[in-house]
Write a new protein. Structure first.
Length: 147
C-alpha cells in the first residue's frame, strides 16, 4: 500500500504552476504586454461565476480557513474536497475567487491546462496550447511564409 505522496506532490506542483503563471501574467501586464497567453482561462472563470460553489474571500479569510483545518489540509492536500465547505461570501473589497468544493484559488487553478473542475463546469472548453511569445524573426515577418 502506497503512502499517497505522488498525488500530494502533483497537487503541490499544480498549485505552484498556476500561481507562477498568474504571476507571469501580472508582470507582463505591468510592462504593458496585454497578450493573452492562456486562451481558455477566461472561459473557465466565466463558468465559475455561475456556480453555487463560488465564494469570494480575501487572502486573510482563506488563510483563516486553512488554519482552522490545518491538520486536515496537510493530511488531505491531494484531495481537499474532503475538507468542510468554505463559507460562501459575496464579492467584496480585496476578495478573490475561490471554489468551496475543491478549495482552490480559481484564477491560479484555471491557468493549469490539465486541471478539472470538480463540478464538471469546465467540460467542453477547448484547452489550446498556450500561445508562445513570438521570436524576433516572427515579429519582423521573417519566417519566409513557414509556420
Amino acid at each position: 500500500m502506497g503512502c499517497g505522496c505522488g498525488k500530494k506532490v502533483k497537487a503541490v506542483m499544480d498549485v505552484v504552476e498556476g500561481n507562477v503563471k498568474l504571476l507571469e501574467e501580472k508582470v507582463r501586464q505591468m510592462v504593458g504586454d496585454e497578450t493573452e497567453y492562456v486562451p481558455y482561462v477566461a472561459q473557465r472563470l466565466e463558468r465559475c461565476l455561475g456556480c453555487g460553489q463560488l465564494t469570494w474571500m480575501t487572502v486573510g479569510e482563506y488563510a483563516g480557513f486553512l488554519m482552522a483545518n490545518a491538520v486536515d489540509v496537510v493530511k488531505e492536500f491531494g484531495e481537499l474536497e474532503k475538507l468542510p465547505n468554505m463559507t460562501r461570501f459575496e464579492k467584496h473589497d480585496g476578495a478573490g475567487m475561490y471554489c468551496r468544493r475543491c478549495k482552490c484559488y480559481l484564477p491560479a487553478k484555471a491557468r493549469v491546462k490539465d486541471m478539472e473542475c470538480p463540478m464538471g463546469r469546465w467540460i467542453g472548453i477547448k484547452v489550446l496550447e498556450e500561445n508562445k511569445v513570438p521570436t524576433e524573426k516572427e515579429n519582423k515577418g521573417e519566417n519566409n511564409g513557414k509556420g
